[in-house]
Design a protein around this ligand. Structure first.
Ligand SMILES: [Zn+2]
Length: 148
């Protein structure tokens, strides 16, 4: 039985939803895509003109996975400041999505993107990565706190 599906999200565009209850700490899928630099990925999005920032996840070393290139349905995961999933990078650089808490059928799955940027935070950049997740502790941005 499929555990997840992709459908329209109330938060942003499309999202990933649980079809069945998933306990905390479960590895639910791999996050595929091209591993590249944040600079390259964000330049690619700027050129495309798409509000496609939701396809990029930050890795521990500062690089990103760009789900728009060879990505799977993990690319539809939306960002939340209070996520119910997290991206775990293994020692070989593969990234897996694991549940942080118990997930109920119908819940949308969220991760924190953890995007670190060394670009100057222009009003355009801030607007492109503003967060509307609705969490109580929403910090208003998808960019990693340390780099703002
Ligand atoms: Zn938020």
């Amino acid at each position: 039985m499929r555990r997840m599906t992709v459908r329209k999200s109330l938060v942003h565009g499309r999202g990933v939803f649980a079809l069945q209850a998933i306990p905390a700490g479960q590895r639910i899928f791999e996050c595929r895509g091209e591993v590249t630099s944040w600079r390259r990925a964000s330049a690619r999005y700027r050129r495309s003109g798409l509000p496609g920032h939701t396809f990029i996840f930050g890795l521990a070393d500062g690089r990103v996975i760009d789900g728009s290139v060879g990505g799977n349905s993990a690319r539809w995961l939306n960002h939340s400041c209070e996520p119910n999933c997290e991206a775990i990078e293994d020692e070989r650089g593969r990234v897996f999505i694991e549940t942080l808490g118990d997930v109920m059928p119908g819940d949308e799955l969220f991760i924190t993107y953890g995007l670190a940027t060394d670009e100057a935070l222009t009003p355009e950049l801030a607007a492109a990565y503003s967060c509307h997740c609705g969490a109580r502790w929403c910090n208003g941005s998808m960019l990693a706190l340390a780099n703002r």
